[in-house]
Design a protein around this ligand. Sequence first.
Ligand SMILES: Nc1nc2c(ncn2[C@@H]2O[C@H](COP(=O)(O)OP(=O)(O)O)[C@@H](O)[C@H]2O)c(=O)[nH]1
Ligand SMILES: [Mg+2]
Length: 382
Amino acid sequence: MWLSFQQGVNCSIAYRAVASLPLNRSSGALDTPQSIILPARSWQPQNLTFVPRRPPIFQPRYHSRAPVQSFTPAAAAAAADSERDQKPSCADNTVRAGSSPVFTHPGGPVGASSSRARRARRGSMANSKYEYVKQYELDDTLLPGCWIVIRIDGKGFTKFSDLHGFEKPNDKRALDLMDECAREVMNEFTDIRLAYGESDEYSFVLGRNTDMYGRRASKLVSLLVSCFTANYVARWSAHLIDTPLRAMPMFDGRAVCYPLDSNLRDYLAWRQADTHINNQYNTCFWALVNSGKTPAEAQATLKGTQTAFKNELLFQGFGINYAHLPEQFKKGSVIIRRRALVEVKRRDDGSPVVRERAVPTVLHVDIIRDEFWESNPQLLAP
Ligand SMILES: Nc1nc2c(ncn2[C@@H]2O[C@H](COP(=O)(O)OP(=O)(O)O)[C@@H](O)[C@H]2O)c(=O)[nH]1
Ligand SMILES: [Mg+2]
């Protein structure tokens, strides 16, 4: 089960029990999460419902490694000969583990993919006539001491969402899937302090002084994008239960550095303001279209209008009180780490072993005003 309690920074304590995500045995996917929020004062250990631990989507990670072939001088000589006969691109030391014969090297057999062996191989490049190619690799280390924001964005999601019949203007299933993928990214990369998402995009904030992957932009962007995308595919069927995935979801990514705390807050405020503006416009637009206007007429009606007009239009014309729309639609999703009790394993007698952990937690709150930052001072701490 997921058993968690959340603790605010101001030491007010709210307790929360989160039911597990049972594995859908036929699809191998996780079912939709359920949360049970218990009132803080009524919390007692006996109130907590124990449910099976959330199973991993995949079995425990391990790296399959090609067996290291035993080394003999004769094999080494033969391998070196055949290596020389190959094309130039194969004649350097970039031999792929498991696909090549083993030959001698100061760092050990090439088939052995230990980091020591790799370092030694790299060192031997010093004598190689091909070494100059390394100079073409640009240094993309991100500025030191700055906040790093990595924003990912769905490629062609206008089409992608139509193809899968996403509800307009917001499809909660799709937004929950985005949130879950972002949580998984934060579980994988613990240097991420905070994430903010809306529509088909997510921004991940890394601490000012993170040394994750040497702050190399290409490493950071590619890893976050691929982790997010892999989770999007793997968890799709748990959220869009009766909707087969009919196209490959893809996400682009970029890294931006912000030197000041105020820059970071302004960046996040910009994204959240964008969420509100888009959501309000889209809610009006689709209400007009669903009432019989053409898209062009709906666009013309809304052109140049202010917030008050749109709120009035929704209320008078369609009985929609904008303030009552789900916070997830109006404010987007912010993910921060909160202390929580998590079941880490089961004893032989079936009882859960619970530990306190920092758990990425999805909130739909205002991050523009000071209140959020004042109640979560760890987010901007050095
Ligand atoms: N219907 C619907 N569409 C969505 C939802 N979330 C994202 N989208 C679509 O994704 C698009 C994202 O905008 P943008 O990144 O600028 O467009 P892209 O270049 O086509 O990915 C929006 O314009 C929507 O069409 C959703 O929940 N429901
Ligand atoms: Mg997009």
